[in-house]
Design a protein around this ligand. Structure first.
Ligand SMILES: Nc1ncnc2c1ncn2[C@@H]1O[C@H](COP(=O)(O)OP(=O)(O)OP(=O)(O)O)[C@@H](O)[C@H]1O
Ligand SMILES: O=P(O)(O)OC[C@H]1O[C@H](OP(=O)(O)OP(=O)(O)O)[C@H](O)[C@@H]1O
Length: 208
């Protein structure tokens, strides 16, 4: 039988995710967060793990290259992938927030400039508020943008708040709570229902 394919996000939460996977009783040979290998199997080869860039996990799952994905809610939202989100693994908890300088003045009806690594999330958030924006897409150190006058505000991940604090910025509005989630390909959810459900149950038990 074909193994169930699980796409696992590289990055910060990978260590905790791999620890949780091990707790399910499935041991994936040679899988660890610093590995340069990309494909791993459990001992009876009933499951295959592919270890990929976080933002690509929802794409692999949506396209059916993976049946299941484990990835941050931030990447699920940004990818806009059409997948089922079935379990919160309570790992990698943080939030999406709008932040800026505490006394930044905005003229009435002014179009806001927002710097972010997450243009889709940002667009959607300000659309729901009917606020016109221009997005400056950055790839990191987003907190710099309002300080040097590149943007009015930022949309970014906040965990402890220390990056904002150290740069004299404050949270102006929270957008969404983020944590690592389990997502499932819509077709796999129907055709591999038993295998998918069994794996979810294994993870739930491992979380207790
Ligand atoms: N303080 C935090 N900052 C960023 N991401 C966090 C934080 N806490 C938890 N996370 C989770 O970790 C994931 C990011 O991990 P990491 O920054 O290593 O990702 P990456 O994909 O390597 O990012 P990059 O595109 O910057 O290389 C996020 O998608 C989010 O779900
Ligand atoms: O609230 P905190 O605990 O300070 O964490 C939030 C910071 O961590 C992330 O950046 P990361 O370290 O991934 O670097 P980046 O800016 O290059 O994306 C995020 O983009 C914030 O800058």
């Amino acid at each position: 039988m074909e193994p169930i394919t699980l796409a696992l996000a590289k990055g910060r939460p990978a260590k905790s995710t791999i620890e949780l996977l091990e707790k399910t009783g499935e041991h994936f040979v040679e899988l660890h967060e610093d590995s340069r290998k990309l494909v791993f199997y459990n001992e009876n080869q009933s499951m295959k793990v592919i270890f990929v860039k976080a933002l690509d996990v929802p794409t692999y799952v949506e396209k059916g290259a993976a049946d299941i994905g484990i990835v941050g809610k931030d990447n699920i939202m940004e990818s806009q992938a059409d997948v089922y989100e079935l379990l919160d693994l309570k790992i990698g908890t943080c939030k999406f927030s709008v932040a800026g300088k505490p006394n930044h003045e905005i003229k009435n009806n002014q179009k806001l400039t927002i710097a972010t690594k997450y243009p889709n999330v940002t667009k959607k958030h300000f659309q729901t508020k009917d606020q016109a924006i221009e997005i400056v897409k950055l790839n990191g150190s987003v907190e710099l943008a309002p300080i040097i006058g590149l943007s009015d505000y930022i949309v970014d991940i906040v965990e402890t708040g220390s990056t904002l604090k150290e740069n004299g910025l404050v949270v102006l509005e929270d957008i969404e709570n983020i944590s690592t989630r389990l997502i499932v390909n819509k077709a796999s959810f129907a055709t591999k229902a038993t295998e998918v459900q069994n794996f979810i149950n294994q993870l739930k038990s491992a979380m207790e």
